[in-house]
Design a protein around this ligand. Structure first.
Ligand SMILES: CC(=O)N[C@H]1[C@@H](OP(=O)(O)OP(=O)(O)OC[C@H]2O[C@@H](n3ccc(=O)[nH]c3=O)[C@H](O)[C@@H]2O)O[C@H](CO)[C@@H](O)[C@@H]1O
Ligand SMILES: C=C(OP(=O)(O)O)C(=O)O
Length: 429
């Protein structure tokens, strides 16, 4: 299994190109199931989750072709991928494929809306909480679907087309918002989703659906209205830059010190996180090319954060921010409100010398003046990258095990960081 070796202590200086967002690309790829025309997606990142989803869609009969730029002998990046779901040959998404990734469950919406049936395994994904699917089931039932859960599969049918309805989410859910929005595009009549997720990825999906001929309004607010249409067409659409990757590298610079331009990053996608970073003492400057992050000399000021749905501080940056706070000049509190088990990085950061105690859903971090490298291991994607950030600032060598978590969500991580002066390499075994 591959590992990442980091020798910490170098400042980061240079430019980091921000990739297309994993969490935007995944629902957009799934939206290709809604039409028998070609959906062309630009700026699709090369990530394990994307490749896995393409395999899952292939199983349903979706063809794809890839174009992109190639750097040296490496993989294609900044890819444009054409998806064609002309013939859907199978409406079952099997356990072997779906159990590896949460978002693959979302095929349930388009398959049901277009084919009138879907049989989808209950999902897997990052081990950060129980992650039930009750809101998907409730919401699809509100649109007229009949749903059974049998032997680990959700079996959904809507023989006479889904029917538009009003559905109020009892809790904000990004995934359930994506799925109900996609399903409602082909339903009979109007659907109104209230207490919907307002994440930029929801807006990106709504824009794509509208380019395909859907009638979606209000995405980005908590009320989304969808007027169902008979069918959708093909379109060409661009994946937004990854706000979590942006925030991750911004926190890395805030931690190591230095000066980096995050190319192509868009500040409005992560304003709350940038505001918090500015309070820690980092200098954040939006430019025509992206976001410039700088920290020279001065130490890191402790700041308290609470994770919240967008536009609040994102749970997907909680672990990275905790890494930064381990070296702050004093005590900070981080409260996780989205997932009940998203503190797996705490004990690993402690291996590097961090002082963190847990009190329910709040971590209390007592900043230390230095971290020391150590072998560490993480159980999920963002926790893994928090260990990379800490390793970049720690003295000596850090080995991060279970790199496959990182490969799910960070494109060319070692290359992007080493181009800015980090000593980081992948050890293949
Ligand atoms: C691929 C992708 O985009 N993943 C993101 C998505 O995950 P995902 O879409 O899975 O997250 P949700 O927004 O659905 O989860 C929010 C909360 O709602 C709960 N819930 C969700 C659905 C449901 O049926 N019942 C229920 O109780 C979840 O357990 C969690 O406590 O949004 C999360 C919250 O911003 C991010 O951390 C993930 O990176
Ligand atoms: C939790 C994440 O992904 P997933 O929802 O696919 O598990 C993430 O991207 O941080």
């Amino acid at each position: 299994m591959d590992r990442i070796k980091i020798v910490g202590g170098n400042e980061l200086r240079g430019r980091i190109p921000i990739s297309g967002a994993k969490n935007a690309a995944l629902p957009l790829i799934i939206a290709s199931l809604l039409t028998d025309d070609t959906l062309t997606l630009e700026n699709v990142p090369h990530l394990a989750d994307v490749e896995q989803l393409i395999r899952i869609l292939g199983n349903h009969g979706v063809d794809h072709s890839v174009n992109g730029r190639r750097e040296k002998q490496g993989e294609l990046y900044a890819r444009t991928i054409n998806f064609s779901a002309r013939n859907i040959v199978d409406t079952t998404a099997p356990y072997e494929l779906v159990s590896k990734m949460r978002a693959s469950f979302w095929v349930v919406g388009p398959l049901l809306a277009r084919m009138g049936e879907a049989r989808v395994s209950l999902p897997g994904g990052c081990a950060i909480g129980t992650r039930p699917v009750d809101l998907f089931i409730d919401g699809l039932q509100a649109l007229g679907a009949a749903i059974d859960v049998e032997s680990g599969y959700v079996i959904a049918t809507a023989r006479n087309r889904l029917r538009g309805n009003r559905y109020v989410f009892p809790k904000v859910s990004v995934g359930a918002t994506h799925v109900l929005m996609m399903a409602a595009t082909l339903a009979r009549g109007e659907t109104v989703l209230e207490n919907a997720a307002r994440e930029p990825e929801v807006v990106n999906l709504a824009d794509c659906l509208n380019a395909m001929g859907a009638k979606v309004s209000g995405a980005g607010t908590s009320t989304i209205t969808i007027e169902g249409v008979e069918s959708l067409s093909g379109a060409r659409h661009r994946v937004i830059p990854d706000r979590i990757e942006t925030g991750t590298y911004a926190m890395a610079v805030a931690m190591t010190g230095g000066d980096v331009l995050l190319e192509g990053a868009r500040p409005e996608l992560l304003q709350s996180a940038l505001d918090v970073l500015a309070k820690t003492g980092a200098e954040i400057t939006p430019t025509n090319e992206g976001i410039r992050v700088k920290r020279n000399g001065a130490g890191i000021t402790p700041v308290d954060v609470v994770t919240e749905p967008f536009p609040g501080f994102p749970t997907d940056l909680q672990a990275q921010f905790m890494a930064l706070m381990t070296m702050a000049k004093g005590k900070s509190h981080i409260t996780e409100t989205i997932f009940e088990n998203r503190f797996m990085h705490v004990q690993e950061l402690a291996r590097l010398g961090a002082h963190i105690s847990l009190s329910g859903q709040t971590a209390v971090i007592d900043g230390v003046s230095r971290l020391r490298g150590a072998p560490v291991m993480a159980t999920d994607l963002r926790a893994s990258v928090s260990l990379v950030i800490a390793g970049l600032a720690a003295e000596g060598e850090t080995i991060v095990n279970r790199v496959y978590h990182l490969d799910r969500g960070f494109e060319r991580l070692e290359e992007k960081l080493s181009n800015c002066g980090a000593q980081i390499e992948r050890l293949s075994s």
